[in-house]
Design a binder for this molecule. Structure first.
Ligand code: SF4
Ligand code: SF4
Length: 194
């Protein structure tokens, strides 16, 4: 009989422990972010859609080999090499550098082995599309427009909330000083030429 009541006591006790956490959150102050009018609260180590510096990419495929779901596609015409004097990669053309975000799980394993530190997890937190094909981001096409990161569809429309305008400006300003080198990465160049 004593064992029976001990079990009942333990059950009630464990339920109360669980409920204590629930009750604490129940009475805590509620904070609802009115997204998209208000910017989402991203943490400093947030891993969003990639930010890719194509002008530094040597097309070594190490990121693609490290990717556990094989969602990085790279096509190039030949080897590329970093020029140590200006940190820009030259040589073969990068015909394609794409990531399929329908498969990507934002693990950042592709960023770790990159020898030129040109692929990073970015601060773009959302992306939508009308089909699976639109989940493939062609970074080589973005480079032609001086962009290093994709933009969500809704951010390409107007009017935008102030925080979104500001974030778009930051993305454009980040890539624009390198636009010429980004475009040159798409064609073959002499490794010694500047
Ligand atoms: S974040 Fe992970 S899954 Fe996504 S491309 Fe990089 S290695 Fe692949
Ligand atoms: S590991 Fe870096 S340099 Fe090599 S292909 Fe990937 S992004 Fe380019």
């Amino acid at each position: 009989m004593r064992g029976y009541f001990r079990e009942v006591y333990k059950s009630v006790y464990t339920i109360l422990v669980g409920l204590r956490i629930t009750l604490r959150y129940h009475f805590a102050q509620k904070v609802t972010l009115q997204y998209p009018d208000v910017a989402p609260a991203l943490q400093p180590r947030f891993r969003g859609f990639h930010f890719f510096e194509i002008q530094k990419c040597i097309g070594c495929d190490l990121c693609a080999k490290a990717c556990p779901v094989d969602c990085i596609y790279i096509e190039k015409s030949g080897p590329r090499k970093i020029d140590k004097t200006d940190g820009i990669a030259r040589g073969g053309a990068l015909h394609r550098f794409a990531i399929d975000y329908a498969k990507c799980m934002f693990c950042a394993l592709c960023c770790e082995p990159c020898p030129t530190d040109c692929i990073h997890m970015g601060d773009v937190h959302d992306m939508s599309g009308y089909d699976r094909r639109s989940m493939i981001v062609e970074f080589t096409e973005l480079a032609q427009r001086g962009l290093q990161t994709p933009q969500p569809l809704w951010m390409q429309k107007r009017p935008l909330p102030e925080w979104a305008e500001q974030r778009k400006r930051q993305w454009i300003e980040r890539g624009s000083p390198h636009r010429d080198e980004m475009v040159k990465a798409l064609t073959e160049s002499d490794p010694k030429a500047k």
